[in-house]
Design a binder for this molecule. Structure first.
Ligand SMILES: *Cc1c(COP(=O)(O)O)cnc(C)c1O
Length: 411
């Protein structure tokens, strides 16, 4: 009896032990950092750390070209710039993502257009994307949310049909595969973040994979992250044919990145094991829709997000979330506070202070209700943390606690 009484109502907590933790950084990173300092330069072009980091990354991903950047947001902007996205172009993307996905679009004075998501995998679909294509569409940014791959084959087919560039936002999808192919190697560009909250961290940082076989596309991408300086020539070419920011990675970030990359495989493998066990454990609980992994996909679980069939519960999503927290399971209702287009930036069409540019170049629909699945996901989701240091017991406790709370509130 006492075991079934919710902790929030004075019952016994399910989780009585602390979640597993561990050190992300150690002597491996310190040694690389010391070497970087001893180079007597922290500039990527003169030192060897960023170069080594990219070489290791290219080997791991079996790609030829990649460019280091100062953040994931920068990586996405660089890909957009290199892809030729410019004033008035439309770029189709997901309404549930970090704002870093759309920042570069607007800095190119192009227009983010939001397409709806699959209700259970939380990813864009070829069908929802196609509904948003116009004569102005130039590119698609797919987001492999939480490490779950988008169904890329139909999306690539669509891109080919309409001659669109495909940029993969892989900030949350390290080593994720789709039909055996790594995300980031399928579209034209793959963009990664190494901010402190991602699978691996360099404090801040990013990477752009350039999947073109043309060396000139790599040079253009490289230059777009480095003030348009062309460093492939003997003498650096500094002609400014168009605007490009300084998004360079420093040797300090590159040094930490070298050591972090060596841990990436076990981090993703462990997160996949834990996430899969959680998904399996939740699959039979009434009222709960587990996160759906895309067919023939392998998810590296940056987080785990389920949705609730609220009509099957006698409580609100927030009450269920609080009851779960009281059982000792940290969780968050939803992910980002609202779909991106519900933010004032889009509702007021104001990307730049005191201006409506580039939104005044055309008429764009950001009305609430325009991506109903995405809005419903954020209103019914519970997000659970996944961490490579969690133990099997941690996951079992999460399952037991969710079962207990869901059963109690089940109608
Ligand atoms: C973290 C993240 C970004 C932005 O990366 P930063 O390094 O924080 O700039 C972009 N897209 C997604 C999906 C992210 O999770």
């Amino acid at each position: 009896m006492g075991e079934n009484l919710l902790a929030i109502n004075g019952g016994t907590k399910v989780k009585t032990t602390a979640f597993g933790t561990g050190q992300r950084f150690g002597l491996e990173e310190a040694k690389e950092l010391l070497e970087a300092i001893e180079q007597n330069t922290l500039f990527y072009h003169f030192g060897n750390k960023v170069k080594q980091f990219l070489q290791d990354f290219n080997d791991l991903y079996k790609v030829k070209y990649s460019v280091a950047t100062s953040s994931g947001t920068a990586a996405l902007h660089v890909a957009l710039g290199a892809a030729g996205v410019t004033v008035g172009d439309e770029v189709i993307t997901s309404p549930i993502t970090d704002q870093g996905t759309v920042v570069g679009i607007l800095y190119q004075n192009a227009i983010p257009i939001f397409a709806d998501l699959d209700p259970h995998s939380y990813t864009l679909t070829a069908k929802s994307i196609e509904e948003k294509i116009t004569a102005k569409t130039k590119a698609i940014i797919v987001v492999h949310l939480a490490g779950n791959p988008c169904d890329m084959d139909p999306i690539m087919e669509l891109a080919k049909k309409y001659n669109l560039k495909v940029i993969e936002d892989c900030a949350q999808s390290y080593l994720t595969t789709y039909k055996g192919r790594l995300t980031g190697t399928i579209g034209d560009y793959g963009c990664f973040s190494t901010n402190d909250f991602k699978h691996i961290s360099t404090g801040d940082g990013g990477i752009v994979i350039v999947n073109s076989s043309e060396e000139s596309d790599y040079f253009t991408t490289h230059a777009f992250a480095d003030k348009n300086y062309r460093r492939q020539e003997e003498a650096v070419v500094k002609d400014l044919e168009y605007l490009a920011p300084n998004y360079r990675m420093t040797e300090l970030q590159g040094a930490v990145g070298i050591a972090q990359l060596k841990k990436l495989n076990w981090i993703c493998t462990r997160r996949n094991e834990l996430g899969e066990r959680l998904r399996q454990g939740l699959s039979t609980i009434k009222g709960i829709n587990p996160m759906k992994i895309t067919e023939e996909g392998w998810c590296s679980y940056w987080f785990y997000m389920l949705t609730l069939n609220l009509e099957q519960f006698s409580c609100s999503r927030e009450e269920l979330s609080e009851a779960l927290a009281a059982e000792g399971i940290p969780n968050q209702p939803g992910y980002i506070p609202k779909v991106l287009y519900a933010q004032p930036l889009f509702q007021n069409k104001q990307a730049y202070m005191n201006s409506h540019y580039p939104f005044d170049l055309g008429s764009y629909d950001y009305s609430i209700g325009s991506c109903p699945n995405a809005e419903n996901i954020l209103e019914t989701a519970i997000r659970l943390n996944i961490n490579e240091f969690y133990t099997d017991q941690d996951i079992e406790d999460m399952i037991v606690a969710i079962e207990k709370v869901a059963f109690y509130y089940s109608k």
